[in-house]
Structure formats: C-alpha cells, structure tokens
Design a protein around this ligand. Structure first.
Ligand SMILES: [Zn+2]
Ligand SMILES: [Zn+2]
Ligand SMILES: [Zn+2]
Ligand SMILES: [Zn+2]
Length: 110
C-alpha cells in the first residue's frame, strides 16, 4: 500500500484509502473514472455511491430526482421513473428536466 495524500496514513489501496475512505479511482470495472473531488460521495461519471461500495460492496446510485437509492445497473429509477440512461442509445441523461434524449430524441417521459 502507498501513503494516502489526504490523511498521510499508509492505507491507500488501488481505489480508495481504507483509513479516511477517500476514493481515488471509481471501483466499477467498466468506469474507472478518476475522482478529483476529495469529498465527493458519488462517481461523477457512473454515479456509484462510494460509501455503499466501501462499506457493503453494493453498487448503488442515488436518483437525482427523488433521491432514492437503487442498483447501479438499473437504467431507470424504480420509484419516479427518471431515466439515468437513454433506453434507446444508452446516452447518460444528466438533467432531470430533459424530456427527450439529446442524442437520439427518444422520449424520456414515464
Ligand atoms: Zn486516507
Ligand atoms: Zn464510476
Ligand atoms: Zn427517482
Ligand atoms: Zn438516446
């Protein structure tokens, strides 16, 4: 293990520090995005909730609209029906106010 640049303990693993729980690289295999915000609670690319993964090895995301937690692999919120990814082309939907996919114009209502 290496020295953690945040807490200076020699507890830094490949993805996160086991002492201060700062995440450096997203542990989702298909993502692997570098985390530049020290106090970020979720991955800016795939939406993984870091604390759930570190504590329970669960891949959850939080719906930006209704704030409920659910599996990261779900393309649509089970509770409020917000689409995380476009059902047609898989494009990431970043705004809760979008009514159509910006890439393929699929309707995102319901
Ligand atoms: Zn640390
Ligand atoms: Zn990620
Ligand atoms: Zn929701
Ligand atoms: Zn689309």
């Amino acid at each position: 293990m290496e020295k953690c640049p945040v807490c200076k303990e020699v507890k830094k693993g490949k993805y996160w520090c086991s002492n201060c729980q700062t995440v450096f690289v997203c542990p989702v295999q298909s993502c692997g995005a570098e985390n530049r915000k020290r106090d970020a609670t979720e991955c800016s690319r795939c939406g993984l909730l870091f604390s759930e993964y570190i504590k329970n090895r669960k891949m959850y995301r939080q719906c930006p609209k209704c704030k409920k937690k659910q599996g990261l692999s779900e393309p649509q919120c089970r509770y409020c029906k917000y689409w995380f990814l476009c059902p047609t082309c898989g494009h990431k939907i970043t705004s809760t106010s979008m009514l159509t996919c910006p890439r393929c114009a699929t309707s995102l209502r319901g």
